[in-house]
Write a new protein. Structure first.
Length: 138
């Protein structure tokens, strides 16, 4: 996730096999510049995904934090936009986003590609559509 040395996925977390999936990551911090970049990415992305997840769920504290730190969460219900719902056919104006693209790690992806990935991994892995800032760690 964002530069981790390895990532593990596992069931359970105290609730039983099949009821939840958890992820963990490990980052080697060996003093090199490359490791420093990976540490910054992972330590920004991991807590940032919590902000995104809770903001998407509508928690006021997460939405306030996202606003304060300029974290863009396009699926926020309070903003009236849900990228996934638009492509699930639950919105009559899904054509608004069709064919548009976003850039993730320097690669252009169509919104349709992003939604397919999000559905495929339940939004847990991969890149978010949010802009995460190191300020989140302060």
């Amino acid at each position: 996730m964002g530069g981790a040395t390895w990532v593990s996925l596992h069931h359970g977390g105290g609730v039983g096999i099949g009821y939840s999936i958890h992820a963990g990551q490990v980052i080697v911090a060996d003093g090199t510049e490359a490791a420093a970049r990976r540490l910054e990415r992972v330590l920004t992305t991991d807590p940032g995904m919590g902000v995104i997840r809770h903001g998407d769920a509508g928690y006021p504290e997460a939405m306030a934090f996202a606003d304060q730190h300029d974290i863009q969460i396009p699926m926020r219900k309070d903003l009236g936009v849900s990228v996934v719902n638009k492509f699930d056919g639950n919105s009559p104006d899904a054509s608004e986003l069709s064919g548009k693209s976003v850039t993730l790690d320097g690669k252009a992806l169509t919104i349709e590609q992003v939604v397919r990935v999000a559905h495929g991994v339940a939004g847990m892995l991969g890149h978010s559509l949010a802009t995460l800032r190191p300020a989140m760690l302060t």
